[in-house]
Structure formats: structure tokens, C-alpha cells
Design a protein around this ligand. Structure first.
Ligand code: ADP
Ligand code: MG
Ligand code: ZN
Length: 479
């Protein structure tokens, strides 16, 4: 049987995090009352004129720089004509022949194998509205989303497996979220992906005919849909058939893709330059300003966390994968007024106790304690005020409160007794009461020191500083 190689190219639509829409001043807030954030421009009323949103352009430029694309000095908006109920103007304003950026790449890694995926272009465009079918037997349209700003990121057909596709999407999402361009929310559709999939006999250069998969609203679905599609096309070719170029939809319930429509070609859209908008001009100053906004990208930060702090690959990935994780981690290690905190200890806490209690809401991470609270907790252990075991109790006690760890320790009488005089008195008493064990110790049975430590701990309800108790007891017993 013929062996086939999958060829995959991804088109990602990412909503830019602006307050207002791409060509009008309407709000982009998600979840508003249907058709409440609309105006003559985004409703496509005759005579209404679009004005391009500068902030959208700035965010788009930032994304282009972060993904190593060339930013084109001028670019052109065009009309892409098609009819659909959620597209009131009868065309979508998009960039076509002259996008604002082209020719970048993204490095991904799957099971230790690194691959560079080319990015053909990123262009700006407006979103369409949202149709909902079967509402009381009707189909209804909400135009709140119409005209919200998107960038479309088009990859080269360089991807060769579903795992690579998922890895590409994860890295892409992390970058866009970390630079403040997108909220990374697949469920709400602010980060959407279409996957173009074809197969070809291994060794053949020419690409096969592709199907375009839509409706992939989670990384898991992307991977599954691609695998299912590869299997479907393989079965067709093995049976001597031909794959048709079409748009297919993935149904996660049945794990099947089904045909939606024949795929339109570019000439079907009758593109022409948008007469109501001037060419987009991007200045060198804007490029430099946006380059400065980007800061350290997740991949660079991850490498630095591993080499500078000695974090594991996995720990560094988690802590650099989301800007909120980064902010929290950096917040703890840079807490002022404390001795230097070991970043590894911070990572440990964040990946165990805190990770369990984190709440993620609309892509925002809510931590169970503040960076200052965690910093203080770590310092309490480092300075032997409490034991590591007690630290977990303190943590559990202060979760979701703003009580400081030292206040909690005081209020609960957990403070370790480190007073030399106090400990000496207790140790002397214990030694005086235990003649038999003292004799055993002095006869060379050094292990019996454990008995004394136990007695002291009992007398102090576990709060004696164990290091000091050991030292004092040894001194007394060695006589
Ligand atoms: P459109 O989908 O709008 O027609 P393109 O033709 O430029 O746009 O292709 C879009 C995506 O399809 C790109 O990501 C590209 O890499 C991918 N692609 C093109 N040809 C193939 C193919 N034969 N197999 C898989 N992916 C492909
Ligand atoms: Mg397409
Ligand atoms: Zn509007």
C-alpha cells in the first residue's frame, strides 16, 4: 500500500485586544446584549464611512514583529465580496494583495524535534457577525462582533503532522497573549483556526488536493480533526478515488468531518481595493515603538529561566506560558525588603500548592495568594521561623485571604522557638530527667539523641528549632 505524507497549512484568526472596532467606535466587549454594540458603519448602512483604528494597527504591527515578519511600509485594504446574513455590507474589508506584513516564521518542537514553520503573511481584516440557528425555529444574527479587528496569520504548508499543528498553535497563542495582542480564548472564538489538510505519496513533490477544516475550537479538536481528515483522504486515495477541494466542518461529538461547501477560489470573491480607506502607512517610529513594547518573548524567557535559575524544561514552560504566571513569578523573586529568594523555591510552590488553587477566568489567572504573601512564606522557612511542613499549613490558612503569613504564624502560636536560653532550659530539664538514656548515650549509643529531641519537641509542642535543639543536646550530652 502507498505510504502518504500529510501536508498541513494553518490559517489563524486572532482578535486584537482593542476597546473599539476596526472601522468605527463601537465597543468590542464580549457578551453584551445582542446588537447593542452597533452603529451605521458596522451595520453597513449606505453612506457610512469607515475610519481605521490606530490601536488595531499598532497591535497588528506588534504581532508581526514578534513573529519575525517583514512589516510593509504601505498596505491596502480590499473588499472581499460574498453574501452571508452575518455580513451586512455584502463584503468584508480585508487585506489581500498587499498585506501589512509578510514572510516570517515560528519554531516548534514535538518530542524533541525542532521544526521551523514559515509564516506566509499576516493581514488585518474585520470580523463578521454571528448567526445562531434554531432559535424558536428561526435563525438570528448578532452584529456585535461585526467589524471587530482581526489579524489572520497564514502559515506555509510546512506542517507534517497533527501534533506539529497543535504545537504551532500553542506557541503562536502564547506569543500573542504574552505581547498583549490577543486573549488566547479558543472557546469564545477570539483565537480561531482553520486547518488545510492534504496528503501526498511519500517522495512526491507536488501537493495533493486539500480540504479546509473549520470549527476547531480547541487544541485537542484541531489535532483530532486533522487525524480524522488524514484517515479519510487516505481511504479515498487507497480506493482509487480523488479528494475534492472543499471546506469541511469537524463535529467533535462524532469525530467526523463533513462537507460544508465547495471551496471558493480567490477570483470568486472579486477582490478590489477599498475606495473608502486610504492605504495603511506604517512609520519606522511605530515599528520601533512596538518593538520596544514586546519585551522578552516566551521562548527567550523560558531559555533564560532554565539557564539562569536552573528550572526544568517543564517548570520553565509553565511559568513562561502565560503573562500572569510570569508577572507572579517575577513579582515574588523581586519582592523588596526580603533577603534574596531562591527562584527554584518559588517555582516549586507555584507548580504544586498554587497550581492546585489557581482559577482561570477568561484567560486571566487568579492566584490564591499574592506574590508578597508567597515571598514572605518562603522567607519564614528560609530563616527557620517555621518548618517546611508548617509552611503548608500556613499556606492553607491564608489562601484567598490577605492575612500575612507572619501574622498567621503569630496568631496560631506556630512560631518556632529559637531562643537559645529558653531551649537550653528545656534541654537541661529533659537531660536531667533521663538518666538511663544519658548513660546509654555516653556508652556510645549515639542514636539515642533522637529520644532527647523527641522529648524536647513534646515539651514545646513541636515548635522548637530542630537544628538548635540538636546542637544544644549534643553539647549537653557530650558533657
Ligand atoms: P485560501 O485558503 O484563502 O485559498 P491559500 O490558498 O493561500 O488561501 O492557502 C491557505 C492555507 O492553505 C495556507 O496556510 C497554505 O499553507 C495552505 N495550503 C495551501 N495548499 C495546501 C495543500 N495542498 N495542502 C495543505 N495545505 C495547503
Ligand atoms: Mg482559507
Ligand atoms: Zn460600529
Amino acid at each position: 500500500m502507498t505510504q502518504y505524507e500529510p501536508v498541513i497549512g494553518l490559517e489563524v484568526h486572532a482578535q486584537l485586544l482593542t476597546k473599539t472596532k476596526l472601522f468605527c467606535g463601537c465597543s468590542t466587549a464580549f457578551g453584551s446584549k445582542p446588537n447593542s454594540n452597533v452603529c451605521p458603519v458596522c451595520l453597513g448602512l449606505p453612506g457610512a464611512l469607515p475610519v481605521a483604528n490606530d490601536e488595531a494597527l499598532r497591535l497588528a504591527v506588534r504581532a508581526g514583529i514578534a513573529l519575525d515578519l517583514t512589516i510593509n511600509q504601505t498596505s491596502i485594504f480590499a473588499r472581499k465580496q460574498y453574501f452571508y446574513p452575518d455580513l451586512p455590507k455584502g463584503y468584508q474589508i480585508s487585506q489581500y494583495e498587499e498585506p501589512y506584513s509578510s514572510d516570517g516564521h515560528l519554531d516548534v518542537e514535538v518530542e524533541g524535534v525542532k521544526t521551523r514553520i514559515g509564516i506566509t503573511r499576516i493581514h488585518m481584516e474585520e470580523d463578521a457577525g454571528k448567526s445562531t440557528h434554531g432559535v424558536g425555529g428561526d435563525s438570528v444574527v448578532d452584529l456585535n462582533r461585526a467589524c471587530t479587528p482581526l489579524i489572520e496569520i497564514v502559515s506555509e504548508p510546512d506542517i507534517r503532522s497533527s501534533a506539529e499543528a497543535a504545537a504551532y498553535l500553542r506557541v503562536l497563542r502564547d506569543i500573542l497573549v504574552s505581547i498583549g495582542v490577543n486573549d488566547g480564548n479558543l472557546e469564545e472564538g477570539s483565537f480561531r483556526c482553520d486547518a488545510n489538510v492534504s496528503i501526498r505519496p511519500v517522495g512526491q513533490e507536488k501537493f495533493g488536493t486539500r480540504a479546509e477544516l473549520k470549527n476547531l475550537n480547541s487544541f485537542r479538536f484541531v489535532q483530532r480533526a486533522i487525524d480524522v481528515e488524514i484517515a479519510r483522504q487516505t481511504a479515498i486515495l487507497d480506493a482509487g478515488g480523488e479528494v475534492v477541494q472543499e471546506t469541511r466542518s469537524f463535529d467533535p461529538d462524532t469525530s467526523k468531518t463533513r462537507s460544508l461547501r465547495a471551496k471558493a477560489d480567490a477570483h470568486d470573491y472579486r477582490y478590489f481595493p477599498e475606495p473608502d480607506l486610504p492605504p495603511v502607512v506604517i512609520s519606522d517610529e511605530m515599528i520601533e515603538e512596538q518593538r520596544a513594547m514586546i519585551g522578552e518573548l516566551p521562548r527567550t524567557r523560558k531559555a533564560r529561566y532554565m539557564s539562569e535559575f536552573g528550572l526544568s524544561d517543564q517548570a520553565a514552560s509553565t511559568l513562561t506560558g502565560h503573562p500572569d504566571q510570569v508577572a507572579f513569578f517575577e513579582g515574588v523573586i523581586s519582592t523588596e525588603g526580603t533577603t534574596k529568594i531562591d527562584p527554584k523555591k518559588v517555582a516549586n510552590w507555584m507548580l504544586t500548592e498554587l497550581q492546585r488553587d489557581i482559577v482561570t477566568e477568561r484567560q486571566q489567572i487568579h492566584f490564591p495568594v499574592s506574590p508578597a504573601q508567597l515571598a514572605e512564606l518562603i522567607v519564614l522557612v528560609d530563616s527557620d521561623k517555621i518548618s517546611g511542613k508548617q509552611a503548608k499549613e500556613v499556606y492553607a490558612g491564608i489562601v484567598k485571604t490577605d492575612t500575612s503569613p507572619s501574622t498567621f504564624v503569630k496568631e496560631h502560636g506556630m512560631e518556632v522557638v529559637s531562643d537559645e536560653g529558653e531551649l537550653l532550659a528545656i534541654c537541661e530539664e529533659v537531660v536531667a530527667k533521663s538518666e538511663k538514656q544519658v548513660a546509654q548515650y555516653r556508652a556510645g549509643k549515639k542514636g539515642v539523641v533522637g529520644f532527647f529531641v523527641g522529648q524536647v519537641m513534646k515539651a514545646t509542642r513541636g515548635q522548637a528549632n530542630p537544628k538548635m535543639v540538636n546542637q544544644i543536646l549534643t553539647r549537653l550530652l557530650e558533657g
